[in-house]
Ligand binder design. Structure first.
Ligand SMILES: Nc1ncnc2c1ncn2[C@@H]1O[C@H](COP(=O)(O)OP(=O)(O)OP(=O)(O)O)[C@@H](O)[C@H]1O
Length: 257
């Protein structure tokens, strides 16, 4: 599958997580975790269930506060922002989550207009139409503009969901389990779309997944969360060329069992 060759500029850090710790009672989820997302890259975060991947996204977006450490997003210290500054910052982040379902009673067009009208109040009708059509074209779904979500396949709904996120032109994309619940062919399709989005919209993205085929296809770099830390970072090959039993178990589960 085509993967755009991305020249990642490591001097341009979009998300900078430094020595973050987070516990819930006696449950130490993240311990002195460091993570950098560079401008324009697709960074995959791998980890078993319950290792704290979603907690990490909530910390980055300011929905949770760390016990220790510092997080900067697009140069802003997340934990020093007030609620309205956080809302502004979150508009620059596109969240594509498993539970971010489309509104069933709205057409595809209306689903896409909704975030635009709510967040960019001064747009004219012509501008709204242009934005909706442009972003639908970008995800290859323009011909479905007047359809209802119930008339679309799971993969098509996923595409529309990503379009709805892209319509606010985020600088950063956060994909949480983008291929969960999809058949293998549709997974390939969505992986291709994640790469297309990176190329077309010049986004920097964090992709959380258990799906190693997805990690391999979309990841410019992969980090693996093990025992509350990112213990392995690198390309897919660098990550899995390892004698570490925890890494081997993860690989075997995906490809052999
Ligand atoms: N607000 C909270 N209060 C208490 N415990 C929490 C809270 N949020 C998360 N946890 C706990 O933190 C741990 C990590 O949760 P998280 O949702 O980040 O896991 P995950 O790696 O995203 O898992 P999965 O891959 O299954 O989605 C879990 O044990 C969860 O129960």
């Amino acid at each position: 599958m085509h993967k755009p060759k991305i020249q990642v500029d490591t001097s341009n850090v979009v998300i900078d997580v430094r020595k973050i710790s987070k516990s819930f009672g006696d449950l130490h989820i993240l311990q002195e975790v460091d993570l950098q997302l560079y401008n324009g890259e697709n960074l995959v975060v791998l980890g078993r269930s319950g290792t704290g991947k979603s907690v990490l996204i909530k910390l980055i977006s300011g929905l949770l506060k760390p016990d220790a450490g510092e997080i900067q997003v697009l140069g802003q210290h997340v934990n020093q922002l007030n609620e309205s500054e956080l809302r502004e910052l979150r508009l620059k982040i596109g969240f594509s989550f498993q539970n971010s379902a489309l509104y069933d009673s709205m057409t595809v067009r209306e689903n896409l207009e909704f975030p635009l009208i709510r967040n960019k109040r001064n747009l004219t009708r012509a501008e709204i139409n242009r934005e909706v059509e442009d972003v639908l074209d970008g995800v290859g779904m323009l011909s479905s503009i007047n359809q209802m979500p119930s008339e679309l396949s799971g993969g098509q709904r996923k595409r529309i969901g990503i379009a709805r996120t892209l319509i606010l032109r985020p600088e950063i994309m956060m994909y949480d389990e983008p291929t969960a619940g999809l058949d293998p062919i549709t997974c390939l399709d969505i992986n291709g779309l994640i790469n297309e989005v990176q190329e077309r919209y010049q986004t920097s993205s964090i992709i959380i997944t258990h799906d190693l085929a997805c990690a391999k296809t979309v990841g410019d770099r992969i980090v693996m969360l093990l025992d509350s830390k990112f213990e392995r970072q690198g390309t897919f090959e660098q990550i899995f060329n390892s004698e570490d039993e925890r890494v081997k178990a993860f690989y075997d589960y995906n490809f052999i069992l």
